[in-house]
Design a protein around this ligand. Structure first.
Ligand SMILES: [Zn+2]
Length: 242
């Protein structure tokens, strides 16, 4: 435990937390206990589409077409190992005007690996992303939302803004685009009623392998674009964090 949670003692706010509290703070996307993460501002008419676990040669190109048809830009949290395998596709995402963020090299749960491994995962991915984009990555989404004090401290030292979300459904396992879209619309509408923008997570890839089927997630995107195009503004995350 001491090795895994070596950073726990340095965060005064965590003293007295039971294991349940620690798990809550480490995994719950809204938890701010271990440090600030970007979720969504009080701009109820703004939506950020974000895509994790790509680039994926099987579905990212189709997703780019759909976004272009609606003249919408999104944020792509890419895995460094997939960028290495699909450099041209990562470049296409960038050239289409989308924002690219760091989603680690190999998608480990950062609460379960050493500090040295976290450092390697973030810096290796930063390096390959900067080769593609010509500038340092600014945004970072921890795999599974899992974070601990060292992860957030290191991210900030590397100039990365940690990002979670407030609209997600199990699109990685759901086969119905309608179900994915309906679940997300319910969350988007709830966020709006509460006065907040939505930071929407979908997956254009699968962290376990390149080439995964993400047809339902891409079709759900089409539905979200059609539903909200007239009433909301789609933004990339840099609109929320200048
Ligand atoms: Zn992921």
């Amino acid at each position: 435990m001491a090795g895994i949670y070596g950073g726990l003692g340095v965060a005064g706010a965590t003293v007295g937390l039971g294991i349940g509290g620690y798990t809550y703070a480490a995994r719950w996307p809204g938890s701010q206990l271990f440090g600030r993460t970007l979720i969504a501002p009080r701009r109820p008419r703004e939506l950020a589409l974000t895509y994790d676990d790509g680039p994926n040669p099987a579905w990212t190109p189709r997703l780019l077409e759909i976004l272009a048809e609606h003249n919408v830009r999104a944020t792509f949290f890419m895995m460094g190992s997939f960028v290495k395998a699909e450099r041209d596709l990562a470049r296409r995402v960038l050239e289409a005007g989308h924002l690219i963020g760091n989603h680690t090299w190999s998608h480990p749960k950062l609460t379960a690996v050493s500090d040295a491994k976290v450092l390697e995962e973030l810096t290796r991915t930063n390096d390959i992303l900067s080769q593609i984009t010509g500038k340092p990555a600014r945004f970072f989404r921890p795999p599974f939302g899992a974070r601990r004090p060292y992860v957030l401290k290191l991210a900030r030292q590397l100039g990365l803004i940690p990002v979670t979300w407030n609209a997600m459904t199990s699109d990685w396992s759901e086969t119905s685009a309608d179900t994915i879209a309906t679940n997300l619309m319910n969350k988007i509408d709830r966020n709006q009623r509460r006065g907040y923008a939505s930071n929407i997570v979908l997956h254009d890839g699968n962290h376990r392998k390149l080439g995964a089927d993400r047809g339902p997630s891409v079709s759900a995107t089409q539905q979200l674009l059609e539903r909200y195009a007239g009433s909301h503004t789609f933004v990339t995350l840099d609109a929320w964090q200048q």
